[in-house]
Design a protein around this ligand. Structure first.
Ligand code: C5P
Length: 288
């Protein structure tokens, strides 16, 4: 049996840092949005666990999140991890788009199907949350609030579809470095409360720290604002900056007019994905 699935990307519509926790992580209140930029994975029966990867900038060894997901899943099911996996990267790594986390989530679902495990979403979410804070979101898709480290997911109603211009600078950003730069207060133990219920403030608290390290990120954000984005923000810790537009034609036109981007930036115009759309893309199906 050979299965195929797509791993979609995310942007953070908003990201509020509530404070620094005793475990070294930051307590967050963020709104994730699935978008239509995808990696492609296949899963095939095999005697060994192998990963074939088309992007030399990503580690292909044991530390790769897809292989870690495979081993964690097999361990929790009490079986040996046996699969030949291929991964075609389209989502840049270090881009704040959650590519590695999405690949890991798709591996959990794809390998559950290949190995005929019948694990509930809560179990996959727990395994995913141990692999990385963003992984559980990719098991849900659509629009969702992320609490805790970002790993506690509360699905939100689908928003009307929007077009998204993704500006992906040619350099990655290190997430731990951005969090280290942040001068966050000690977390007082309270969650986002009403702030989160209001849902979606137009802010990303990681933006000033990331823009202090890479001033070009601010120029990208301002270029998107000049081009008419209804919202222009850093995604996660960057390096991708996204702009929201009412429709694809407006977004495509704005994408062509952007000026002052760092040399070598990639510009992509994609759509937001509803929960249904994101789940159907990431669901494993028989490869032809
Ligand atoms: O959970 P994940 O492995 O994706 O996190 C990467 C790094 O980002 C962590 O080691 C930590 O330095 C930082 N981080 C944080 N607070 C979060 C999520 C990540 O400080 N909520």
């Amino acid at each position: 049996m050979k299965l195929f699935a797509e791993a979609f990307a995310k942007v953070n519509r908003s990201l509020v840092v509530l404070g620094k926790r005793p475990d070294g992580y930051h307590e967050l209140d963020t709104v994730f949005q699935a978008v239509g930029l995808t990696d492609r994975l296949t899963f095939e029966e095999s005697d060994l666990l192998t990963l074939e990867l088309d992007d030399p900038s990503i580690p292909a060894g044991a530390e790769n999140l897809v292989l870690r997901a495979a081993r964690s899943l097999a361990e929790s099911a009490g079986i040996r991890p046996r699969a030949a996996i291929t991964l075609e990267k389209r989502i840049p790594s270090g881009g704040g788009l959650g590519g590695g986390s999405s690949d890991a989530a798709v591996a959990l679902v794809g390998l559950s199907a290949l190995w005929e495990l019948d694990l509930p979403l809560e179990v996959l979410s727990r395994i995913g949350g141990e692999l990385g804070s963003d992984v559980p979101f990719f098991l849900h898709g659509g629009t969702a609030r992320g609490l805790g480290r970002g790993e506690r997911i509360a699905p939100l109603p689908d928003l009307p579809p929007q077009a998204v211009v993704l500006v992906m600078p040619p350099f990655p950003v290190s997430t731990p470095e951005v969090f280290r730069r942040l001068e966050a207060p000690v977390w007082d133990g309270r969650d986002g409360g009403d702030l989160g219920a209001g849902g979606d403030p137009d802010r990303n608290d990681l933006e000033p720290a990331a823009e202090a390290i890479f001033p070009a990120l601010r120029e990208v954000r301002e270029a998107l604002e000049r081009a008419g984005a209804t919202r222009a923000r850093l995604s996660g810790s960057g390096s991708t900056v996204f702009g929201l537009f009412p429709d694809l034609a407006t977004a495509a036109e704005a994408g062509r007019r952007l000026d002052g981007l760092p040399a070598g930036s990639a510009v992509r115009v994609v759509s937001t994905l509803t929960r249904e759309e994101s789940r159907s893309r990431s669901a494993p199906r028989l490869a032809g």
